[in-house]
Design a protein around this ligand. Structure first.
Ligand SMILES: [Zn+2]
Length: 113
């Protein structure tokens, strides 16, 4: 399928650089993928942005993931606000995340470096 035919509901704008050249990886409810998290990647800045992260009940206890809390992606040094927590099944929780963009840093601008 050509990229122009991707429905608007599956298009994402990179929160870190504003690019729309992103690729959405849907959580694998059905089909060939068994991806547990849902995220999109940006072709321009290379960042990965989580939308939904799957956690076990054990993760939930130790990670202190609560509605309104901050979720840290330490690998990429990005932070998110947990905007929804959904329990699915006996041992799985879905964290719906919203990226936290640093307010004190203007969007990337190469002119001052
Ligand atoms: Zn980007």
């Amino acid at each position: 399928m050509a990229e122009a035919q991707i429905p608007a509901s599956q298009r994402r704008r990179c929160p870190w650089c504003g690019s729309e050249h992103t690729r959405l990886m849907l959580r694998g409810f059905t089909g060939p993928t068994d991806e547990r998290d849902q995220y999109f990647t940006c072709r321009d800045c290379g960042m990965l942005t989580y939308e939904i992260v799957s956690k076990t009940a054990r993760d939930m206890r130790f990670g202190q993931y609560r509605l309104g809390a901050t979720f840290r992606d330490t690998a990429r040094q990005t932070r998110y606000r947990i905007i929804r927590v959904l329990k699915v099944g006996n041992n799985e929780h879905l964290l719906y995340l919203k990226p936290l963009i640093r307010q004190d840093q203007p969007p990337a601008d190469n002119s001052n470096e």
